[in-house]
Ligand binder design. Structure first.
Ligand code: AMP
Length: 188
């Protein structure tokens, strides 16, 4: 069974690789960003609150994220899954660890895609034109990157220290196909 986490700053290519690898392994791709963006389409108070937080580049509350992820993972536990964009805080990683332990499940691969700020800024600006995401603009990119440095990097470092045997570093400045090839080699 493949239970995989992808880490990396916004624009590193996590979503692209997670999608390719989930199709390759025929397992679910749980992108919390995509799930939240779908919720923005609802005409309710939660959607309004989420829109405010996400368009500013800040993180949505741990409670909302933990509840979204646990409700999805319950259905995935015997097939395997890829987490893309979660856990992003230490609270989320604690929740995930406990959730997996309680369901006698565990993460077995962690991929950390790193890339420098200049490359990802250019990529995000390009994506903003293609996907018209209102959190992909120059004002918000810095906030999203800071959230990554201040919160999420602590989470990936935590996993790296605790589970070095599961943890693989990837160079996000390589071509998409090259990164995919490296991931497939690791999974074999
Ligand atoms: P992404 O598409 O993964 O870059 O996520 C887009 C936005 O959704 C982020 O900037 C956050 O506002 C929100 N988001 C996605 N995943 C999480 C998470 N695990 N924790 C908190 N906020 C999240």
């Amino acid at each position: 069974m493949y239970n995989i986490i992808f880490f990396g700053p916004p624009g590193a290519g996590k979503g692209t690789q997670a999608k390719i690898i989930s199709q390759y392994l025929n397992i679910s791709h749980l992108s919390t960003g995509d799930i939240l963006r779908k919720k923005l389409l609802d005409d309710d108070d939660l959607a309004l609150e989420l829109k405010k937080i996400m368009s500013s580049g800040n993180l949505v509350s741990d409670e909302i994220l933990n509840s979204i992820v646990s409700s999805r993972l319950i259905n995935e536990s015997n097939k395997g899954f890829i987490l893309d964009g979660y856990p992003r805080t230490l609270k989320q990683s604690e929740f995930l660890n406990k959730f997996l332990l309680d369901s006698s499940n565990e993460i077995n691969y962690i991929f950390n895609i790193h890339i420098n700020f200049e490359i990802l800024r250019d990529r995000i600006l390009k994506r903003s034109k293609e996907e018209s995401r209102d959190d992909d603009n120059i004002d918000v990119i810095e906030t999203r990157y800071k959230e990554y440095i201040n919160s999420t990097q602590k989470v990936s470092n935590f996993y790296k220290d605790r589970n070095p045997e599961l943890f693989y570093e990837l160079d996000g400045s390589l071509q998409i196909e090259e990164i995919t090839k490296k991931i497939k080699e690791i999974l074999e």
